[in-house]
Design a protein around this ligand. Structure first.
Ligand code: PXG
Length: 288
């Protein structure tokens, strides 16, 4: 495996950064999780734009242009002969002193890993997921904008652990007001009276690339879309529910907090979204 590290390709055992890197010391950095399908890096420009926005929000200067980042991602796929897989792009604040101050962190570390992906089992898509709401709330925007895809994922990790302790793979996180924000690594959508609903960014939803794709699919299918606050009651009473994320793609949900959603089987509209998404992935992006 060849890993991109600050403009060079190094083997897995040489791909190392300092223990004084603020990415390690403080989770000070940003990242993207990206997919490549049949040699097409899905929505790569959107991922790079989100990375730039996350970096800007935490005053991190990546010191690479958008085109340089795009080229670096594509070259990492080529170097690894990867046409289908998962790409992890991360930028840390770089090496500095032990204090919180970012002064002295002059050189960010840019790392790109391109690897095979462990796909979710197909029965998740045909039978749907059962999920629960966990106690850990989505981070308050007044503390750190939840739109920033930062290297500090403890908030979501705690929620994921809570889900797993209860025997579930994914979970709904509420925001501090009690509205549905999203899941630990996925955005959430509901179908109510044939129309699509998803929480707004202001409720704590990440600007998911797959979320945006689902909105584009809704447009194409002529399904009306609403972005507004939703409660757990709305979720329990939805006709259909699905999650979106780079790893999960579009995945149906059939049970939430012990309540059966709709018929208890993946919904008809959800299935149309899954099919449409699968048609797009190998063309909507940058060819390596
Ligand atoms: N919400 C959160 C909190 C996320 O971390 C999404 C929504 C979906 O966004 P995208 O852009 O992927 O549609 C995410 C994405 C991983 C992993 O390794 C996590 C994500 C993406 C890829 C890999 O667990 N989260």
């Amino acid at each position: 495996m060849k890993i991109y590290l600050n403009g060079e390709f190094v083997g897995k055992s040489e791909a190392k950064v300092s223990v004084f890197d603020h990415g390690l010391l403080y989770g000070d950095g940003v990242f993207e999780g990206i997919r490549i399908y049949e040699g097409c890096v899905f929505k790569l420009e959107d991922h790079i734009e989100r990375l730039e926005q996350s970096a800007k929000a935490i005053l991190l200067d990546i010191k690479m242009s958008r085109q340089e980042l795009i080229d670096a991602v594509c070259e990492t796929c080529r170097q690894n002969g990867l046409s289908d897989g998962y790409i992890r792009l991360l930028v840390t604040r770089g090496e500095g002193s032990l204090g919180l101050s970012t002064q002295g962190c002059d050189q960010p570390n840019v790392v790109i890993i391109a690897d095979k992906i462990q796909l979710y089992p197909e029965n998740f898509y045909t039978d749907g997921l059962k999920i629960i709401t966990v106690p850990t709330r989505r981070i308050n925007p007044a503390a750190l904008p939840p739109m920033v895809k930062s290297l500090n994922y403890l908030n979501n990790i705690l929620a994921k652990i809570e889900a797993q302790h209860s025997g579930y793979l994914e979970a709904i996180m509420l925001n501090d007001q009690g509205y549905v924000a999203e899941c630990t690594g996925d955005n959430i959508f509901l179908i109510i009276k044939g129309e699509l609903f998803t929480p707004p960014f202001s409720a704590g939803a990440l600007k998911g690339i797959t979320r945006q794709t689902a909105i584009e699919i809704a447009d194409e299918l002529g399904v009306k879309i609403h972005q507004g606050n939703m409660t757990r009651y709305d979720v329990w009473n939805a006709e259909e529910c699905f999650l979106t994320g780079t790893a999960a793609e579009v995945i149906p949900v059939v049970e939430v907090d012990g309540r059966i959603i709709g018929s208890g089987r993946p919904g008809e509209i959800t299935n149309r979204f899954i099919q449409n998404f699968r048609k797009r992935v190998a063309t909507d992006g940058i060819q390596v």
